[in-house]
Write a protein that binds this ligand. Sequence first.
Ligand code: SF4
Ligand code: SF4
Length: 466
Amino acid sequence: MMNQPVKSLSFANPHPPFLTGVQKIATGIGSIGLLILFVVTFGVQFENRVLWLWISLGAVTIGILLYTWDQYRHEAGGIHHHGTWFSSITNRGTIAWIIGVMLTGFYVLLYFFPGLLGLGEEGGENTGLVGFFDPLSQWIKKEPASQWFVYGVFYTLAILLFGVKFILKYRHNRYQILRTISVMFFQLGFAFLIPEILMRLNQPSMDLKNMWPLNYTFFFDWNIDRLIEGGNLGMFMLVWGIVLIVLVSPALTFFYGKRWYCSWVCGCGGLAETAGDPFRHLSDNSLRAWKIERWLVHGVLVFAVIMTALVLYTFFSGNSRLLFLDSYYVRAIYGFLIGAIFSGVVGVGFYPLMGSRVWCRYGCPMAAILGIQQRFFSRFRITTNGGQCISCGNCSVYCEMGIDVRHYAQRGQNIVRASCVGCGICAAVCPRGVLRLENGSVDIFTRTKELKTLMIDPEEGIRIES
Ligand code: SF4
Ligand code: SF4
Protein backbone atom coordinates (compact mmCIF):
# COMPACT_ATOMS: atom_id res chain seq x y z
CA MET A 1 0.00 0.00 0.00
CA MET A 2 2.89 2.29 0.90
CA ASN A 3 4.24 2.09 -2.65
CA GLN A 4 0.95 2.88 -4.36
CA PRO A 5 0.86 6.19 -6.21
CA VAL A 6 -1.24 8.76 -4.39
CA LYS A 7 -4.35 9.40 -6.45
CA SER A 8 -7.02 11.97 -5.99
CA LEU A 9 -9.59 13.94 -7.94
CA SER A 10 -8.53 17.08 -6.13
CA PHE A 11 -6.42 19.84 -7.66
CA ALA A 12 -4.97 20.40 -4.21
CA ASN A 13 -3.19 17.06 -4.05
CA PRO A 14 0.50 17.97 -3.86
CA HIS A 15 1.68 14.49 -4.82
CA PRO A 16 2.26 13.98 -8.51
CA PRO A 17 1.87 10.32 -9.37
CA PHE A 18 5.14 8.41 -9.12
CA LEU A 19 6.50 6.59 -12.12
CA THR A 20 5.89 2.88 -11.95
CA GLY A 21 8.55 0.40 -12.98
CA VAL A 22 6.97 -0.06 -16.39
CA GLN A 23 6.77 3.70 -16.90
CA LYS A 24 10.46 4.07 -16.05
CA ILE A 25 11.33 1.38 -18.58
CA ALA A 26 9.09 3.06 -21.18
CA THR A 27 10.72 6.43 -20.50
CA GLY A 28 14.13 4.84 -20.94
CA ILE A 29 13.19 3.21 -24.26
CA GLY A 30 11.64 6.40 -25.61
CA SER A 31 14.67 8.43 -24.49
CA ILE A 32 17.00 6.14 -26.44
CA GLY A 33 14.97 6.83 -29.59
CA LEU A 34 15.11 10.59 -28.99
CA LEU A 35 18.81 10.43 -28.18
CA ILE A 36 19.54 8.81 -31.54
CA LEU A 37 17.67 11.62 -33.33
CA PHE A 38 19.50 14.15 -31.20
CA VAL A 39 23.02 12.88 -31.91
CA VAL A 40 22.22 12.54 -35.60
CA THR A 41 21.20 16.20 -35.65
CA PHE A 42 24.61 17.08 -34.24
CA GLY A 43 26.48 15.24 -36.95
CA VAL A 44 26.88 11.65 -35.74
CA GLN A 45 26.62 9.32 -38.72
CA PHE A 46 25.47 5.73 -38.68
CA GLU A 47 26.70 3.17 -41.14
CA ASN A 48 23.30 1.56 -41.58
CA ARG A 49 20.88 4.50 -41.60
CA VAL A 50 17.82 2.41 -42.39
CA LEU A 51 18.36 0.21 -39.35
CA TRP A 52 19.06 3.11 -36.99
CA LEU A 53 16.13 5.12 -38.30
CA TRP A 54 13.77 2.28 -37.54
CA ILE A 55 15.40 1.72 -34.16
CA SER A 56 14.94 5.38 -33.19
CA LEU A 57 11.35 5.74 -34.45
CA GLY A 58 10.48 2.31 -33.06
CA ALA A 59 11.92 3.15 -29.64
CA VAL A 60 9.97 6.41 -29.45
CA THR A 61 6.80 4.60 -30.50
CA ILE A 62 7.24 1.76 -28.03
CA GLY A 63 8.19 4.16 -25.24
CA ILE A 64 5.08 6.33 -25.66
CA LEU A 65 2.67 3.43 -26.13
CA LEU A 66 4.07 1.41 -23.24
CA TYR A 67 4.01 4.39 -20.90
CA THR A 68 0.46 5.24 -21.93
CA TRP A 69 -0.80 1.71 -21.55
CA ASP A 70 0.64 1.43 -18.07
CA GLN A 71 -0.60 4.88 -17.10
CA TYR A 72 -4.22 4.28 -17.96
CA ARG A 73 -4.74 0.56 -17.51
CA HIS A 74 -5.55 0.89 -13.80
CA GLU A 75 -7.54 4.11 -14.08
CA ALA A 76 -11.12 4.82 -15.04
CA GLY A 77 -11.41 6.90 -18.21
CA GLY A 78 -11.43 10.69 -17.92
CA ILE A 79 -9.27 13.42 -16.49
CA HIS A 80 -7.61 12.78 -13.15
CA HIS A 81 -6.31 15.90 -11.57
CA HIS A 82 -3.66 14.40 -9.37
CA GLY A 83 -0.49 16.36 -9.72
CA THR A 84 -1.67 18.58 -12.59
CA TRP A 85 -0.56 21.78 -10.88
CA PHE A 86 2.39 20.16 -9.14
CA SER A 87 4.09 18.43 -12.02
CA SER A 88 6.92 20.40 -13.59
CA ILE A 89 5.69 19.50 -17.07
CA THR A 90 2.14 20.72 -16.61
CA ASN A 91 2.57 23.68 -14.27
CA ARG A 92 4.97 25.71 -16.39
CA GLY A 93 7.86 24.39 -14.33
CA THR A 94 11.45 23.78 -15.35
CA ILE A 95 10.68 20.77 -17.54
CA ALA A 96 7.92 22.70 -19.32
CA TRP A 97 10.34 25.52 -20.08
CA ILE A 98 12.97 23.08 -21.34
CA ILE A 99 10.41 21.43 -23.65
CA GLY A 100 9.15 24.85 -24.77
CA VAL A 101 12.65 26.11 -25.58
CA MET A 102 13.54 22.89 -27.43
CA LEU A 103 10.34 22.94 -29.47
CA THR A 104 10.76 26.62 -30.27
CA GLY A 105 14.39 26.06 -31.23
CA PHE A 106 13.42 23.18 -33.52
CA TYR A 107 10.86 25.35 -35.30
CA VAL A 108 13.38 28.17 -35.74
CA LEU A 109 15.80 25.74 -37.38
CA LEU A 110 13.03 24.20 -39.47
CA TYR A 111 11.80 27.47 -40.92
CA PHE A 112 14.91 29.62 -41.03
CA PHE A 113 18.02 27.42 -40.83
CA PRO A 114 17.18 24.06 -42.42
CA GLY A 115 20.84 23.72 -43.36
CA LEU A 116 21.61 23.21 -39.67
CA LEU A 117 19.21 20.26 -39.72
CA GLY A 118 21.24 18.82 -42.57
CA LEU A 119 19.34 19.93 -45.68
CA GLY A 120 21.75 19.81 -48.61
CA GLU A 121 22.25 23.23 -50.16
CA GLU A 122 21.65 23.77 -53.89
CA GLY A 123 21.03 20.13 -54.67
CA GLY A 124 23.85 18.90 -52.44
CA GLU A 125 23.57 15.70 -50.45
CA ASN A 126 21.61 15.79 -47.20
CA THR A 127 23.40 15.19 -43.93
CA GLY A 128 22.38 15.25 -40.25
CA LEU A 129 18.73 14.81 -39.31
CA VAL A 130 17.36 15.40 -42.81
CA GLY A 131 19.87 12.95 -44.30
CA PHE A 132 18.88 10.41 -41.66
CA PHE A 133 15.38 10.38 -43.18
CA ASP A 134 16.58 10.00 -46.78
CA PRO A 135 15.96 6.23 -46.89
CA LEU A 136 12.37 6.63 -45.72
CA SER A 137 11.76 9.46 -48.17
CA GLN A 138 13.30 7.44 -51.01
CA TRP A 139 11.07 4.52 -50.10
CA ILE A 140 7.88 6.60 -50.03
CA LYS A 141 8.39 9.12 -52.82
CA LYS A 142 11.63 8.18 -54.53
CA GLU A 143 13.50 11.38 -53.73
CA PRO A 144 15.73 12.64 -50.90
CA ALA A 145 14.12 14.03 -47.78
CA SER A 146 13.52 17.71 -47.16
CA GLN A 147 13.09 19.37 -43.79
CA TRP A 148 9.32 19.35 -44.45
CA PHE A 149 9.33 15.61 -45.00
CA VAL A 150 11.06 15.12 -41.64
CA TYR A 151 8.59 17.50 -40.04
CA GLY A 152 5.67 15.64 -41.63
CA VAL A 153 6.89 12.33 -40.19
CA PHE A 154 7.30 13.82 -36.70
CA TYR A 155 3.95 15.60 -36.89
CA THR A 156 2.06 12.54 -38.07
CA LEU A 157 3.76 10.28 -35.55
CA ALA A 158 2.92 12.72 -32.75
CA ILE A 159 -0.77 12.81 -33.69
CA LEU A 160 -0.95 9.03 -34.03
CA LEU A 161 0.90 8.14 -30.83
CA PHE A 162 -0.60 10.81 -28.61
CA GLY A 163 -3.93 10.12 -30.31
CA VAL A 164 -3.76 6.59 -28.91
CA LYS A 165 -2.96 8.11 -25.51
CA PHE A 166 -5.92 10.46 -25.81
CA ILE A 167 -8.27 7.63 -26.75
CA LEU A 168 -7.15 5.59 -23.76
CA LYS A 169 -7.53 8.58 -21.48
CA TYR A 170 -11.04 9.45 -22.68
CA ARG A 171 -12.13 5.91 -23.48
CA HIS A 172 -15.38 6.44 -21.54
CA ASN A 173 -16.53 9.03 -24.03
CA ARG A 174 -17.59 8.07 -27.54
CA TYR A 175 -17.41 11.60 -28.89
CA GLN A 176 -13.74 11.91 -27.89
CA ILE A 177 -12.87 8.53 -29.37
CA LEU A 178 -14.56 9.28 -32.70
CA ARG A 179 -13.09 12.70 -33.22
CA THR A 180 -9.61 11.50 -32.28
CA ILE A 181 -9.81 8.67 -34.81
CA SER A 182 -10.94 11.32 -37.28
CA VAL A 183 -7.94 13.64 -36.77
CA MET A 184 -5.58 10.66 -36.89
CA PHE A 185 -7.13 9.54 -40.16
CA PHE A 186 -7.00 12.98 -41.80
CA GLN A 187 -3.42 13.58 -40.71
CA LEU A 188 -2.10 10.22 -41.84
CA GLY A 189 -4.09 10.00 -45.06
CA PHE A 190 -4.81 13.51 -46.28
CA ALA A 191 -1.93 15.51 -44.85
CA PHE A 192 0.87 12.97 -45.17
CA LEU A 193 0.40 9.88 -47.33
CA ILE A 194 -1.72 11.21 -50.22
CA PRO A 195 0.49 14.26 -50.97
CA GLU A 196 3.67 12.17 -50.68
CA ILE A 197 2.33 9.43 -52.95
CA LEU A 198 1.15 11.99 -55.49
CA MET A 199 4.68 13.40 -55.53
CA ARG A 200 6.03 9.92 -56.19
CA LEU A 201 3.67 9.70 -59.17
CA ASN A 202 4.80 13.13 -60.42
CA GLN A 203 1.33 14.52 -59.97
CA PRO A 204 0.37 17.86 -58.42
CA SER A 205 0.08 17.26 -54.71
CA MET A 206 -2.00 19.00 -52.11
CA ASP A 207 -3.45 18.42 -48.68
CA LEU A 208 -7.07 18.24 -49.78
CA LYS A 209 -8.45 19.34 -46.44
CA ASN A 210 -6.14 22.32 -45.93
CA MET A 211 -8.17 25.23 -47.26
CA TRP A 212 -7.72 28.95 -47.58
CA PRO A 213 -7.02 31.03 -45.49
CA LEU A 214 -5.23 28.45 -43.35
CA ASN A 215 -3.53 27.39 -46.57
CA TYR A 216 -2.61 30.99 -47.37
CA THR A 217 -0.61 30.07 -50.48
CA PHE A 218 -3.62 28.56 -52.25
CA PHE A 219 -4.23 31.65 -54.43
CA PHE A 220 -0.55 32.45 -55.01
CA ASP A 221 0.30 32.66 -58.70
CA TRP A 222 2.79 29.77 -58.60
CA ASN A 223 0.20 27.53 -56.96
CA ILE A 224 -2.59 28.39 -59.40
CA ASP A 225 -0.21 27.96 -62.34
CA ARG A 226 0.98 24.64 -60.95
CA LEU A 227 -2.56 23.33 -60.55
CA ILE A 228 -3.71 24.56 -63.98
CA GLU A 229 -0.70 22.91 -65.58
CA GLY A 230 -1.33 19.74 -63.57
CA GLY A 231 -3.94 18.32 -65.93
CA ASN A 232 -7.29 16.99 -64.75
CA LEU A 233 -6.06 16.26 -61.26
CA GLY A 234 -4.65 19.75 -60.87
CA MET A 235 -7.89 21.31 -62.11
CA PHE A 236 -9.85 19.11 -59.73
CA MET A 237 -7.69 20.34 -56.84
CA LEU A 238 -8.20 23.96 -57.84
CA VAL A 239 -11.96 23.57 -58.09
CA TRP A 240 -12.11 21.47 -54.92
CA GLY A 241 -10.18 24.13 -52.99
CA ILE A 242 -12.68 26.79 -54.04
CA VAL A 243 -15.73 24.58 -53.43
CA LEU A 244 -14.40 23.84 -49.95
CA ILE A 245 -14.23 27.53 -49.16
CA VAL A 246 -17.54 28.69 -50.60
CA LEU A 247 -19.82 25.67 -50.17
CA VAL A 248 -18.59 22.78 -48.03
CA SER A 249 -17.21 24.78 -45.14
CA PRO A 250 -20.19 27.17 -44.70
CA ALA A 251 -22.66 24.28 -44.95
CA LEU A 252 -20.87 22.06 -42.43
CA THR A 253 -20.32 25.00 -40.09
CA PHE A 254 -24.02 25.82 -40.25
CA PHE A 255 -24.99 22.31 -39.20
CA TYR A 256 -22.16 21.38 -36.84
CA GLY A 257 -20.32 24.54 -35.85
CA LYS A 258 -16.60 25.05 -36.40
CA ARG A 259 -15.83 21.78 -34.65
CA TRP A 260 -16.26 19.82 -37.89
CA TYR A 261 -12.96 21.39 -38.94
CA CYS A 262 -11.13 22.51 -35.79
CA SER A 263 -11.67 19.33 -33.77
CA TRP A 264 -12.29 16.66 -36.40
CA VAL A 265 -10.22 17.47 -39.50
CA CYS A 266 -7.55 20.14 -39.10
CA GLY A 267 -3.94 19.11 -38.52
CA CYS A 268 -3.21 22.06 -36.19
CA GLY A 269 -6.25 21.14 -34.12
CA GLY A 270 -5.25 17.48 -34.32
CA LEU A 271 -1.84 18.15 -32.81
CA ALA A 272 -3.32 20.44 -30.16
CA GLU A 273 -5.85 17.81 -29.13
CA THR A 274 -3.41 14.93 -28.95
CA ALA A 275 0.17 16.02 -28.18
CA GLY A 276 -1.14 19.25 -26.63
CA ASP A 277 -3.71 17.62 -24.36
CA PRO A 278 -1.59 17.67 -21.17
CA PHE A 279 -1.35 21.46 -21.49
CA ARG A 280 -4.97 22.38 -22.18
CA HIS A 281 -5.50 23.78 -18.68
CA LEU A 282 -2.80 26.42 -19.26
CA SER A 283 -5.03 28.54 -21.51
CA ASP A 284 -5.72 31.92 -19.98
CA ASN A 285 -9.46 32.30 -19.38
CA SER A 286 -9.39 35.90 -18.19
CA LEU A 287 -11.48 38.62 -19.83
CA ARG A 288 -8.26 40.37 -20.84
CA ALA A 289 -7.12 37.29 -22.78
CA TRP A 290 -10.52 37.14 -24.49
CA LYS A 291 -10.16 40.75 -25.58
CA ILE A 292 -6.63 40.19 -26.92
CA GLU A 293 -7.79 37.04 -28.68
CA ARG A 294 -10.57 38.85 -30.57
CA TRP A 295 -8.32 41.66 -31.73
CA LEU A 296 -5.48 39.37 -32.77
CA VAL A 297 -7.38 36.62 -34.54
CA HIS A 298 -9.58 39.02 -36.50
CA GLY A 299 -6.54 41.19 -37.23
CA VAL A 300 -4.80 38.19 -38.79
CA LEU A 301 -7.94 37.43 -40.80
CA VAL A 302 -8.01 40.99 -42.19
CA PHE A 303 -4.30 40.68 -42.99
CA ALA A 304 -4.94 37.38 -44.83
CA VAL A 305 -7.83 38.84 -46.83
CA ILE A 306 -5.86 41.95 -47.87
CA MET A 307 -2.84 39.85 -48.81
CA THR A 308 -4.94 37.45 -50.87
CA ALA A 309 -6.77 40.30 -52.61
CA LEU A 310 -3.39 41.75 -53.59
CA VAL A 311 -2.15 38.37 -54.76
CA LEU A 312 -5.22 37.90 -56.97
CA TYR A 313 -4.90 41.43 -58.27
CA THR A 314 -1.32 40.65 -59.29
CA PHE A 315 -2.36 37.35 -60.85
CA PHE A 316 -5.05 38.87 -63.05
CA SER A 317 -3.45 42.23 -63.85
CA GLY A 318 0.21 41.25 -63.92
CA ASN A 319 0.86 44.31 -61.80
CA SER A 320 2.46 43.78 -58.41
CA ARG A 321 1.73 47.23 -56.97
CA LEU A 322 -1.61 48.57 -55.88
CA LEU A 323 -1.45 52.07 -54.38
CA PHE A 324 1.42 51.90 -51.91
CA LEU A 325 1.29 48.11 -51.44
CA ASP A 326 3.54 45.61 -53.17
CA SER A 327 1.87 42.22 -53.28
CA TYR A 328 5.15 40.27 -53.17
CA TYR A 329 6.34 42.22 -50.17
CA VAL A 330 3.02 41.80 -48.33
CA ARG A 331 2.95 38.04 -48.93
CA ALA A 332 6.57 37.75 -47.74
CA ILE A 333 5.69 39.60 -44.52
CA TYR A 334 2.62 37.40 -44.01
CA GLY A 335 4.60 34.23 -44.64
CA PHE A 336 7.27 35.26 -42.16
CA LEU A 337 5.09 36.66 -39.37
CA ILE A 338 1.99 34.48 -39.59
CA GLY A 339 2.99 31.41 -41.59
CA ALA A 340 6.27 30.78 -39.78
CA ILE A 341 6.54 32.67 -36.48
CA PHE A 342 2.92 32.59 -35.31
CA SER A 343 1.63 29.26 -36.57
CA GLY A 344 4.85 27.31 -36.13
CA VAL A 345 7.34 28.73 -33.68
CA VAL A 346 4.81 30.21 -31.24
CA GLY A 347 1.86 28.01 -32.15
CA VAL A 348 3.49 24.75 -31.11
CA GLY A 349 6.61 25.88 -29.27
CA PHE A 350 4.53 27.59 -26.60
CA TYR A 351 2.26 24.60 -25.85
CA PRO A 352 3.85 23.94 -22.43
CA LEU A 353 3.59 27.61 -21.44
CA MET A 354 0.36 28.98 -22.92
CA GLY A 355 -1.75 25.91 -23.58
CA SER A 356 -2.32 23.85 -26.67
CA ARG A 357 -4.41 26.19 -28.78
CA VAL A 358 -2.28 29.34 -28.90
CA TRP A 359 -2.38 29.44 -32.69
CA CYS A 360 -6.03 28.37 -33.06
CA ARG A 361 -7.14 30.91 -30.52
CA TYR A 362 -5.04 33.98 -31.27
CA GLY A 363 -3.79 33.56 -34.80
CA CYS A 364 -5.66 31.24 -37.13
CA PRO A 365 -7.62 33.14 -39.80
CA MET A 366 -9.53 29.95 -40.61
CA ALA A 367 -10.72 29.76 -37.00
CA ALA A 368 -11.72 33.42 -37.22
CA ILE A 369 -13.92 32.86 -40.28
CA LEU A 370 -15.47 29.70 -38.90
CA GLY A 371 -15.97 31.45 -35.57
CA ILE A 372 -17.93 34.29 -37.15
CA GLN A 373 -20.13 31.76 -38.92
CA GLN A 374 -20.54 29.75 -35.74
CA ARG A 375 -21.45 32.79 -33.70
CA PHE A 376 -24.12 34.04 -36.08
CA PHE A 377 -25.11 31.31 -38.54
CA SER A 378 -24.88 27.92 -36.92
CA ARG A 379 -27.10 25.46 -35.14
CA PHE A 380 -24.27 24.45 -32.84
CA ARG A 381 -24.29 25.44 -29.21
CA ILE A 382 -23.47 23.98 -25.81
CA THR A 383 -26.55 23.78 -23.66
CA THR A 384 -26.26 23.95 -19.89
CA ASN A 385 -28.43 22.59 -17.13
CA GLY A 386 -27.64 25.25 -14.56
CA GLY A 387 -29.55 23.62 -11.70
CA GLN A 388 -27.08 20.73 -11.66
CA CYS A 389 -23.90 22.81 -11.66
CA ILE A 390 -21.86 22.56 -8.47
CA SER A 391 -19.41 25.25 -9.62
CA CYS A 392 -16.43 22.90 -9.44
CA GLY A 393 -14.85 24.70 -12.39
CA ASN A 394 -13.53 21.62 -14.19
CA CYS A 395 -15.05 22.84 -17.44
CA SER A 396 -13.36 26.25 -17.31
CA VAL A 397 -10.01 24.80 -16.29
CA TYR A 398 -9.90 22.30 -19.14
CA CYS A 399 -11.33 24.51 -21.87
CA GLU A 400 -8.37 24.85 -24.21
CA MET A 401 -9.87 28.00 -25.75
CA GLY A 402 -9.92 29.78 -22.42
CA ILE A 403 -13.71 30.03 -22.28
CA ASP A 404 -15.07 30.45 -18.77
CA VAL A 405 -17.64 27.70 -19.28
CA ARG A 406 -18.65 27.68 -15.63
CA HIS A 407 -19.84 31.28 -15.90
CA TYR A 408 -22.48 30.17 -18.41
CA ALA A 409 -23.26 26.91 -16.64
CA GLN A 410 -24.00 28.62 -13.34
CA ARG A 411 -26.56 30.79 -15.10
CA GLY A 412 -28.02 28.03 -17.22
CA GLN A 413 -27.11 29.93 -20.38
CA ASN A 414 -26.37 28.31 -23.72
CA ILE A 415 -22.77 28.75 -24.81
CA VAL A 416 -22.49 30.23 -28.28
CA ARG A 417 -18.93 31.48 -28.52
CA ALA A 418 -17.01 32.13 -31.73
CA SER A 419 -13.85 30.58 -30.34
CA CYS A 420 -15.36 27.30 -29.12
CA VAL A 421 -13.87 24.48 -31.17
CA GLY A 422 -16.42 21.97 -29.94
CA CYS A 423 -13.81 19.65 -28.49
CA GLY A 424 -16.38 18.54 -25.92
CA ILE A 425 -13.83 18.25 -23.13
CA CYS A 426 -15.86 20.58 -20.92
CA ALA A 427 -18.77 18.13 -21.17
CA ALA A 428 -16.48 15.14 -20.70
CA VAL A 429 -14.95 16.47 -17.46
CA CYS A 430 -18.15 17.80 -15.91
CA PRO A 431 -19.01 15.48 -13.02
CA ARG A 432 -22.67 16.48 -13.16
CA GLY A 433 -23.54 16.14 -16.81
CA VAL A 434 -24.41 19.82 -17.03
CA LEU A 435 -23.07 20.44 -20.53
CA ARG A 436 -24.18 19.05 -23.85
CA LEU A 437 -22.93 19.77 -27.36
CA GLU A 438 -25.92 20.10 -29.63
CA ASN A 439 -26.80 20.95 -33.21
CA GLY A 440 -30.30 22.31 -33.07
CA SER A 441 -32.27 19.63 -31.35
CA VAL A 442 -29.83 16.84 -32.16
CA ASP A 443 -27.79 15.38 -29.30
CA ILE A 444 -24.41 13.89 -30.17
CA PHE A 445 -22.77 11.28 -28.03
CA THR A 446 -21.29 13.55 -25.44
CA ARG A 447 -22.83 11.78 -22.52
CA THR A 448 -20.44 9.64 -20.63
CA LYS A 449 -21.10 6.20 -19.29
CA GLU A 450 -20.86 7.68 -15.81
CA LEU A 451 -23.66 10.07 -16.65
CA LYS A 452 -25.86 7.23 -17.86
CA THR A 453 -25.12 5.42 -14.61
CA LEU A 454 -26.18 8.45 -12.64
CA MET A 455 -29.38 8.74 -14.60
CA ILE A 456 -30.52 5.24 -13.75
CA ASP A 457 -29.28 5.00 -10.18
CA PRO A 458 -32.48 4.58 -8.16
CA GLU A 459 -30.74 4.66 -4.79
CA GLU A 460 -29.10 7.99 -5.36
CA GLY A 461 -32.30 9.27 -6.83
CA ILE A 462 -30.39 11.45 -9.25
CA ARG A 463 -32.25 12.50 -12.32
CA ILE A 464 -30.65 14.51 -15.08
CA GLU A 465 -32.84 16.09 -17.71
CA SER A 466 -32.08 14.72 -21.16
S1 SF4 B 1 -16.30 25.40 -24.44
FE1 SF4 B 1 -16.08 23.17 -24.25
S2 SF4 B 1 -16.27 22.40 -26.34
FE2 SF4 B 1 -15.85 24.60 -26.49
S3 SF4 B 1 -13.62 24.74 -26.70
FE3 SF4 B 1 -14.10 24.92 -24.51
S4 SF4 B 1 -13.92 22.83 -23.71
FE4 SF4 B 1 -14.07 22.65 -25.95
S1 SF4 C 1 -20.70 22.88 -15.52
FE1 SF4 C 1 -20.00 20.95 -14.59
S2 SF4 C 1 -17.74 21.11 -14.66
FE2 SF4 C 1 -18.54 23.18 -15.00
S3 SF4 C 1 -18.57 24.11 -12.95
FE3 SF4 C 1 -20.59 23.23 -13.29
S4 SF4 C 1 -20.50 21.15 -12.41
FE4 SF4 C 1 -18.36 21.88 -12.65
